[in-house]
Design a protein around this ligand. Sequence first.
Ligand SMILES: Cc1cc2nc3c(=O)[nH]c(=O)nc-3n(C[C@H](O)[C@H](O)[C@H](O)COP(=O)(O)OP(=O)(O)OC[C@H]3O[C@@H](n4cnc5c(N)ncnc54)[C@H](O)[C@@H]3O)c2cc1C
Length: 469
Amino acid sequence: MTTQLTDEHTSIRTYVQDLRRRVEGIEILEPGTGTTRYSHDAATAKTAADSGNLGPAVVLPATAAQVQEAVKVAAELGVTVVPRGAGTGLSGGATAQPSEVVISTEKLTAIIEVSPLDEVAVVEPGVINADLNKHLEPFGLFYAPDPASFDISSIGGNIATNAGGLRCAKYGVTRESILSLDVVLADGSLITVGHRSIKGVTGLDLTSLFVGSEGILGIVIKATVRLRPIPVARKTVSAFFNSTAEGTDGLAAITLSPVRPAAIEFFDTPSLANIDAHSGTNLRDRGAALILIEIDGYGIGDQAADLATALSAAGGRVTVESDDDGLRLWELRRSGRGLPQDKWYIGEDIAVPKSQLPKVYAAFPALEARFGVDISAVSHAGDGNLHPLITKDKTPDDGTNPPASLLEAATELVKVALSLGGTVTGEHGVGTIKREWAALELSERSREVQHAIKAAIDPQQTLNPGKAI
Ligand SMILES: Cc1cc2nc3c(=O)[nH]c(=O)nc-3n(C[C@H](O)[C@H](O)[C@H](O)COP(=O)(O)OP(=O)(O)OC[C@H]3O[C@@H](n4cnc5c(N)ncnc54)[C@H](O)[C@@H]3O)c2cc1C
């Protein structure tokens, strides 16, 4: 445990002095001045709070040139840099040690341009996702990627994690909405990748390389993002089923129908019970599993009718919700579940080809029996991405660390997803937390290639070392 600055932080002191000398007026928070909150993201907050350390040095650049200089000085002094957006990440990607420098994008919040004719916006990375959409409303346009954290996470963080969200079922993940990026590389140089035009295939697709690279290849300082017209109508359709298995089987009826909903979310029995207990609702009175759907666009009545026919034939009790009830159900999806503070728990982010979702849910009972855990999952069913919550009761013998069986159960569930053609992380990223699971998925040669790319762009390992790959 580190509670005060020691000699090992000399390089940080030198860094702060050098940067202040070279960039007049740049805002820097020194370790020990309340920077502990920059040492963790949403997933690692508890561990960081327990460590008692002083927190990292934090640079808050206000311009692209300041970001470049902050990285350049770090590279010269051999200090490592952790890029940071809003710190809502769920994989430990923005976690920083006291010996590192955080470069936060929170002052880079300009919406530089909105072009209705090109259907693009040009934004700085610190813009909060919801703020961009508020800004776009008068133009009749919207930016589609909508992680459940849309009102607290930054566009730069969304890009660096290739964030998904509820509307991915129709509009795709963040990658599908990014046309071009300005990126500061590990030596402080600045490159533009991609194109403002919808088409553009000159050179290697470096935009896709940077999207989802979790801050290990460069710092995004500007993005040209794709916009879409706000749909003329939106409707929420619910379908309740008598069991989790009937509900997961019912999902196929949506895929086989001609309707392509914007969002398709699935709730199993324990997840509905959890929401009822946490939010005082009575969803379990309506059924034991729920498929919650948003449809949008023209012909909304026809879409709703076709879905109702398909889901009723699959055994669902279908309701086209009123606007108020629909909003309430989506709110419950985003924040209705409570985290079991009195239990050990691990949250996962596995994804499988969507035809395999029923098999993942069907695997829960055997894992529960084998490891003495409880498993529930809400999923972005439209793209096969589950968020299982694995819990275990605490016992007096446990001490401060969770029992090994909890992690073993989580690892087995990851293996189930992999055996069904899936992945260890659908949208949260690998960060520090899922590197061992990523090694189960990626071949040795594939990991070698990823390290070779990192070494080619950042030979000194200046940017976010030890994360993502
Ligand atoms: C309640 C809640 C709900 C969530 N729901 C979802 C969801 O539905 N879908 C989803 O995908 N995620 C979700 N998340 C996770 C998280 O919000 C996303 O990963 C989000 O994209 C992170 O954005 P951020 O600005 O907070 O980034 P941070 O947490 O600050 O950083 C995340 C990663 O990106 C890097 N980074 C940040 N900014 C930059 C930049 N400008 N250039 C280069 N690298 C950068 C960091 O180094 C780090 O590796 C949720 C989190 C919470 C707390």
